[in-house]
Design a protein around this ligand. Sequence first.
Ligand code: ZN
Length: 227
Amino acid sequence: MSRSREYNISCPACGAGQFVDLYEAVNVADDPQLKNALMQNCLNRVECADCGASFRVDMPLLYTDPKYNMMIHWMPESVEMPRDQIQEEFDRTLEQINEIVPDDVSVPNVRLVLSRVELVELIYMLEAGYNQRVVEYVKYSIYTRNMEKVDPARHRLLLNVEDSTDEELCFVTQDTINHELGGILRYGRPAYQSMCELYDESPDEFVEMFPGPCISARYLLLEEADS
Ligand SMILES: [Zn+2]
């Protein structure tokens, strides 16, 4: 079930306060139009009643798609709520859920993302049947081979599902500060596919590298740089 609630927010342009309905949970099976709004960057977008400014309100959102057994939490990263804190709190919540769920109940794939672009990328990826851990492994090797051009501290690397072909996976860089898209990097699909076969034979190494719920080459590299 999708869920929205009324919030009292102030316009970032003029400061005027107003009450608006914002979505906290989106279930695609019940409300496919909300998925479209999310993909078009219109979900939780507000037009100020006073000055007309249009802005998006980023807040925790639970995205579920029963068809793909998908449950993705988007917890927006911010100065007040940095990445490591989000991850710690989320891990604690997951532990609590696992304690109360009986062993014979299958828990859907729970994922955590920290930005809207990551959420959109992951939806495309899972719908198209990509193995997320293998894709992030590919990104990891692209980052480490192109550190000067693609710095994980500054750039996101996003899989562009729509532009990928039978021959190549197409990745695009995005600047995390000004959000501009940059260069395109290609990776042979046969190499990706043989890694998927490796994954199917023994997933342990991949799972160890990306245990989840936040599966991200960039965050792994940032953690490695920190330690
Ligand atoms: Zn305003």
